[in-house]
Every structure is written in structure tokens, then in C-alpha cells.
Ligand binder design. Structure first.
Ligand code: ADP
Length: 257
């Protein structure tokens, strides 16, 4: 039971008592508990089969590759699809967690330059068409949830790759300004109309139009990224010119809060 109330005084200013209301929140609490349980069960039930599927395809791919069997290429494609499924499941679960205020953060110090250098190397391996150039102008440590920051940067670079099918260059720049680490990911792809730019951080929002039809996605990545950056005390924004490309940036405070 949750109660709120105000003290009451008479005309002479003498305290007469309290007037208030009490609300039974048992149902609300139960609903929240059921939601939390669902998140826990769903995470496990959805992730476990996909993880084992991934392990089996990887083993098979290695065997076929060793034997010089062409089927290894098919298994490589299966692996990529499993990765996509894993990331979609992760995004859906993250949204559920955000909505119930249960997105967990394990903030700690980490070497920012090392993190972004390794991440860009990893992501470069996922694309043969695009060249990801990294321009580092940061030094030292950051204080945040490393995995969540990886999630944000991965989302921005994956989008840059996805939404620039005709271009082959992506530039990732980092800099240090006013005690904030700035990260910008620039692409030379389809760009975003000015009146749509502020909407891309909304849940399930996808820019509609002929050009966008062919790109897969749920419209959750930028929403989750902006929630993460906000929770870490930072800002995220976009500048873009339709038909010329987009630059997505975020700023993260360096200091321990
Ligand atoms: P998704 O890519 O799964 O649709 P996001 O939340 O990552 O979801 O992005 C939301 C929308 O913003 C996309 O559907 C797309 O229309 C637009 N968008 C995001 N990144 C870019 C980009 N680099 N270039 C052009 N449009 C983009």
C-alpha cells in the first residue's frame, strides 16, 4: 500500500491533521513481477537454442572447410543469419528491459582507444565492400558499461554499412572535448531527410520511402542506443543530407559520475 498526504491547518495556523489517500498497488507489483519473470524466461528460452545452433553450424563449417567441401559457404551464410537472429532477440529483450526499467549497467573503467580499435577491426571483418577508417584523437580511460558502449558503436557502424550500399567508405572519428569523448560514424550512403532526422531515435521508427524498402531491420537499434547513451549521462545526435550520407555522433562523459 502506498500513501500520500498533506498536513491541514485551521485559519489560525494550528495543525488539525492529515488528509491523504492510500492505494493498494499489489496488482501493479504482481504485473511488474510477471514481466520481470517473462524477461528472464524469454532470454533463456530464446537464447539457448540459438546458441547451440550457432555452435553446431560452426563445427560443421570447420569440418566442410577442412574437407574442401563447397557446403562450407552455405554454412557461413547460415552463421550470418544466426548472428542476425541473435541480435534481433537481443534488441527485443533490451526494449522490454528498458520499458520495465530493468536494463542493467555494469559501469567500470576501460581503455577507450583499445576498445574502439579492436571493435573496428572486428566489424571490418564482417564487410568486404566497405573500408572503415578510424581516426583516433582520444586518450585514456572511459567510465561506462563497456559492453553497452560496444553495442552502441556496433549499431552505428552496422547502420553505416547497411545504409550505404553504393558507397565503400566509412569514417569513425573520436575526439576529446570538454571532458567528453565524442565518437562520430560518417557514411556516404542514402542519408536521411531533414524532417525525419529527429525521429530515427524513436522506438520502431524506420524512415519510409522507396529507397528504404530493401533494408532489413526492426527500427530498434537507435532507440536502444539512445537509451544507453542517456543512461550513461551522454548525448546522441545525427546530421545528414539525403542522398549524400549521414553522420551519427555520441558524447560520453569521461569522469566517474
Ligand atoms: P533499423 O536499421 O533496424 O531500421 P535503427 O533504429 O538502427 O533501426 O534505425 C532507424 C531508422 O533510421 C532506419 O530504419 C533508417 O531508416 C534510419 N537510419 C539509421 N541509420 C542510418 C544511416 N546510417 N543512413 C541512413 N538512414 C539511417
Amino acid at each position: 500500500v502506498v500513501c500520500t498526504g498533506n498536513p491541514q491547518y485551521n485559519a489560525e495556523g494550528i495543525f488539525k491533521g492529515y488528509v491523504g489517500a492510500c492505494v493498494d498497488i499489489t496488482d501493479q507489483k504482481q504485473l511488474q513481477q510477471q514481466k520481470d519473470e517473462f524477461i528472464g524466461i524469454a532470454s533463456h528460452e530464446l537464447k539457448t537454442p540459438v546458441t547451440s545452433l550457432k555452435a553446431y553450424t560452426q563445427v560443421l563449417q570447420t569440418i566442410f572447410m577442412r574437407e574442401g567441401d563447397e557446403k562450407s559457404a552455405m554454412l557461413g551464410k547460415m552463421n550470418n543469419q544466426i548472428d542476425r537472429l541473435t541480435s534481433l532477440i537481443g534488441d527485443l529483450l533490451d526494449v522490454t528491459k528498458i520499458q520495465s526499467g530493468r536494463l542493467q549497467f555494469n559501469d567500470d573503467y576501460f581503455d577507450f582507444n583499445q576498445l574502439i580499435t579492436e571493435l573496428v577491426e572486428d566489424l571490418q571483418r564482417t564487410t568486404s565492400k566497405h573500408q572503415i577508417a578510424l581516426e583516433l584523437n582520444t586518450t585514456g580511460t572511459a567510465y561506462a558499461d563497456k559492453d553497452r558502449i560496444v553495442q552502441v558503436i556496433t549499431n552505428l557502424i552496422s547502420n553505416a554499412i547497411k545504409y550505404s550500399p553504393q558507397a565503400d567508405k566509412i569514417i569513425v572519428r573520436t575526439s576529446l572535448k570538454n571532458n567528453e569523448i565524442n565518437v562520430c560514424v560518417q557514411d556516404f550512403g542514402i542519408g536521411i531527410k531533414e524532417d525525419k532526422q529527429h525521429k530515427v531515435f524513436e522506438q520502431f521508427y524506420r524512415v519510409s520511402g522507396d529507397k528504404q524498402h530493401t533494408f532489413p531491420g526492426l527500427g530498434l537499434g537507435l532507440y536502444i542506443s539512445s537509451e544507453i547513451i542517456k543512461r550513461e549521462g551522454g548525448r546522441i545526435w545525427v546530421t545528414s543530407v539525403e542522398g549524400q550520407g549521414s553522420t551519427f555522433c555520441f558524447a560520453l562523459p569521461v569522469n566517474h559520475p
